[in-house]
Design a binder for this molecule. Structure first.
Ligand code: ADP
Ligand code: MG
Length: 343
């Protein structure tokens, strides 16, 4: 009852500002918005023309005076001004018809600098948030996947996003070790594009490469290898061309290098774990989240390389946003670890 009355005036929101996808969680409602992290702006005036899916369609095919950008591309804030525009779009979109500005929890990449954090926080305040709480993505992902982060035991989370892979070791509600490497799902797409060009002189777009990855990409030998009919442009002949590729060559020829880097970052976190926590991990294993965790067989590959049990989040793409949602429920808990800035 009181919740309903309170929600009439304001509703707190959680935002997962990912390199590939941005999600918004509305308190007591769940995930209400899910859009690619892309903003299309007019060059001279810097006016926002489109955000999310509409803006993504413009990527790579915009006329001269429109630019489509991914403000969080590499896991850093590439353009704070555009990040602010994205935040404004999200906050006002979700909070319209409300009388009060929302309290906002924002999940940011694990390795952004204090200066960048400050900038995001200030942007969110200017964009219409009443109070802003920042949480590191690996912590949000761990909470979102239901790991017992406040227990005195070790939890390990591996979040493979579009532009980064974040690996963190958490115990007693704190991050004991965390590392963000600039490699993720986008690099798999680029590796597929490069492979097709080098091997077959075939130019393919980003979207085709992503489709190949999702349909036949893998990190571990498949019981039954698959094929894919690729359409692209032959660089030598200069005309459209179609050919058939196998899942085996995509795995060995294109994806292997990127996957090795991801596995190495997990190994490195394990090497840096304090001995007691390592001992916990032997039984508890690690949890995988992020869209990249959906690559077929990546869990098995990591399990084999680390000799640890590997669990996949129920919904890897929403783990961070779900985590911000749980934090909204316990803002008091967060208030103890960060200081909110009031305007
Ligand atoms: P971020 O948190 O950086 O925004 P996400 O967790 O949303 O990233 O993951 C986006 C990445 O996941 C993209 O590179 C996308 O291609 C990849 N992805 C999504 N679904 C799949 C799938 N089924 N198989 C492999 N990769 C996937
Ligand atoms: Mg993410």
């Amino acid at each position: 009852m009181w919740n309903k009355i309170r929600n009439f005036f304001t509703s707190d929101i959680g935002i997962d500002l990912g390199t590939a996808n941005t999600l918004v969680y509305l308190k007591d409602r769940g995930i209400v918005m899910r859009e690619p992290s892309v903003v299309a702006i007019q060059e001279g005036t810097r006016r926002v023309l489109a955000v999310g899916e509409d803006a993504k369609k413009m990527l790579g095919r915009t006329p001269g005076n429109i630019i489509a950008v991914r403000p969080m591309k590499m896991g850093v804030i590439a353009d704070i001004d555009i990040t602010e525009k994205l935040l404004r779009h999200l906050i006002t979109g979700v909070n319209k018809h409300k009388l009060r500005k929302p309290r906002t929890v924002i999940a940011v990449p694990g390795d952004i600098t204090e200066v960048e954090k400050r900038a995001v926080k200030d942007s969110a305040l200017r964009a219409g948030a009443r109070e802003v709480f920042m949480i590191e993505e690996p912590m949000a992902a761990a909470i979102g996947t239901g790991l017992p982060v406040s227990d005195p035991t070790a939890s390990m989370i591996v979040d493979i996003g579009g532009g980064t892979t974040d690996v963190a070791l958490i115990s007693l509600a704190g991050i004991v070790y965390s590392r963000s490497v600039r490699v993720g799902g986008d690099d798999m797409d680029i590796a597929i594009q490069t492979y097709m060009r080098n091997q077959y002189n075939l130019l393919i777009g980003e979207r085709t490469a992503e489709d190949i990855k999702i349909k036949i990409g893998s990190a571990y030998k498949l019981e039954q290898e698959l094929t894919y009919e690729v359409k692209g442009r032959d660089v030598v002949k200069g005309r459209p061309h179609t050919l058939i590729i196998s899942s085996e060559e995509i795995r060995e020829g294109a994806l292997n290098e990127v996957i090795t880097k991801i596995v190495d970052s997990v190994q490195q976190a394990l090497e840096n774990a304090p001995p007691e926590l390592s001992a916990d991990l032997v039984d508890r294993g690690l949890m995988m989240a992020g869209g990249g965790a959906l690559l077929t067989g990546i869990d098995r590959r990591i399990a084999e390389c680390t000799q640890l049990p590997v669990h996949l989040a129920d919904d890897p793409l929403t783990a961070v946003a779900e985590g911000t949602g749980r934090v909204l429920d316990e803002l008091e808990w967060l208030a103890r670890t960060t200081t909110p800035k009031k305007k």
